[in-house]
Design a protein around this ligand. Structure first.
Ligand SMILES: Cc1ncc(COP(=O)(O)O)c(C=O)c1O
Length: 465
């Protein structure tokens, strides 16, 4: 049952097939280059693409645009303290701004930073400060190595704490200034992290004398999944679980564009503990240097207000059940059609195993990107490839992510996505889908999926015709 009705609408249209084929060609088979007006259901990302509530819009009118001492900042501070348990905050314009503030204050040249899996901007900020980002996920977390099936693990997103200890033995604990856990694990199919794992990670950080940081951008969705998967929390509210899970962290880094339920904004939260005073002071300074004064940090006062309200709404039961339920429903619709999806689904997106769905397309012809293009061609659906095209050097599964914007689409949109998969499967069975090759690749290889252009690989039959 939906928890919302619409009050403001945004018109969308499904361009006809000929228009979609032309748009795809113009975009160089790169969905980032499509105009949003040409997209019918946009599942490119859940970040900053959601719909705000009437309470958020009403709060925006209250925005205090004072440069210093803004009342809106006080209201955000109260919300972060009540919902997440952090009394001191340094606001930032979005998550990566907060990462720049925090990691610049925490890490130095030659350090190592373990994380369950670094999100790409986190990796970049750790590396930008001269440190080495080290991923420490569970082996075979998605069931594609020796570690078993993802379905058998309650929390495939967990940090492998033994790997963190092994890293400390190898490089020396003094070179590990921070241990990080990302909730949910976006780079690992959006899988949740257990409360017990966060407790263990905090204990390791304590042993290593390192700061324990949680990337909390999907903290409410993670808490909902904890309740579903861990009987110990079956009777707790999402708000209680979120508070408990975050209570083990020294600091949080937050992109408000996810569970802050806003289109822009973020912050660093630091516990009110004398041992963290230095870190807080350094983060404040960096905030002023890179983001803006301490009481607005790159946001308008009205955006600060919207995030203060959004954080409270994110842990409301009806909101989060509706949200995660939609993701699960899309996962079920696809699984019922034998589309290979990572199960159980995480909190914000459904991840499709493109190499299994398009088994005839070899890895070097980017099966994930081919699938993303087909979804657009057949149904005007935009998804994102997170496999060999986005991560050229990494040995990662060929995934395509369908990320659901919050409170934005309804059941009929999800049905349309599922039916689009039927149309793609028909073309696949008729042998009509080809792989892709890169035509030009401007800029850094790590960022090529944003800007590279591709074309379909000519098959022998096509060449002969
Ligand atoms: C886990 C994680 N951390 C950090 C970020 C960066 O946040 P932003 O896009 O607001 O800069 C993202 C964005 O998708 C994310 O998923």
């Amino acid at each position: 049952m939906r928890a919302y009705k619409s009050k403001v609408v945004s018109p969308i249209r499904l361009p006809d097939r000929e228009e979609r084929v032309a748009a795809l060609e113009r975009a160089g088979y790169n969905v980032f280059e499509l105009d949003s007006a040409d997209v019918y259901v946009d599942l490119l990302t859940d970040s900053g693409t959601g719909t705000m509530s009437e309470s958020q819009w009403a709060a925006m009118m209250r925005g205090d645009e004072a440069y210093a001492g803004s009342e809106s900042f006080d209201r955000l501070q109260d919300a972060v303290s009540e919902v997440m348990g952090f009394e001191r905050i340094v606001p930032a314009h979005q998550g990566r701004g907060a990462e720049n503030v925090l990691y610049g204050a925490l890490v130095s040249e030659g350090d190592y930073v373990p994380n369950n899996t670094h999100f790409d901007t986190t990796r970049a900020h750790v590396a930008n400060n001269g440190a080495e980002p080290v991923d420490c996920p569970l082996d075979g977390a998605l069931g594609d190595e020796s570690g078993g099936d993802a379905d058998e693990r309650r929390f495939p997103g967990d940090l492998d704490v033994a790997k963190v200890r092994a890293l400390a033995d190898e490089v020396g604990s003094e070179r590990i200034p921070a241990v990080v856990v990302t909730l949910t694990n976006n780079s690992l199919a959006g899988q949740p992290v257990g409360v017990e794992n966060v407790r263990e990670a905090a204990a390791v950080a304590d042993d290593l004398d390192a700061t324990f940081v949680v990337d909390a951008c999907r903290f409410a969705e993670n808490a909902y999944l904890v309740r579903e998967r861990d009987p110990e929390y079956a009777d707790c509210s999402v708000a209680e679980i979120a508070r408990e899970q975050l209570s083990h962290a020294d600091a949080v880094v937050m992109s408000g564009k996810k569970d802050g339920l806003v289109n822009v904004g973020g912050f660093v939260g630091i516990r009110d503990d004398p041992a963290l005073d230095d870190l807080y002071e350094r983060a404040r300074e960096r905030g002023i240097l890179f983001e803006g004064f301490t009481t607005y940090g790159g946001m308008a006062g009205r955006d600060v207000e919207a995030m203060a309200v959004g954080l409270r709404e994110a842990v409301e039961e009806r909101y989060v059940a509706d949200r995660v339920g939609q993701v699960q429903r899309l996962g079920d619709l696809l699984a019922d059609r034998d589309v290979p999806v990572v199960r159980p689904t995480g909190g914000h997106a459904v991840y499709v195993r493109a190499d299994e769905f398009l088994p005839d397309i070899p890895r070097e012809q980017f099966p994930g990107q081919a699938l993303a293009c087909e979804l657009y061609r057949e149904g005007g659906v935009r998804a994102v490839e997170l496999g060999s095209f986005a991560f050229p050097d990494a040995d990662r599964p060929e995934l395509v992510r369908l990320a659901l914007p919050r409170r934005t689409y309804g059941a009929d949109h999800l049905d349309h996505v599922a039916e689009t998969f039927d149309a793609v499967a028909e073309r696949r069975d008729a042998g009509e889908i080809s792989g892709l090759e890169i035509v030009d690749e401007p800029g850094m290889p790590e960022l090529r999926h944003f800007s590279a252009h591709l074309r379909p690989v000519e098959t022998e039959e096509a060449e002969a015709a």
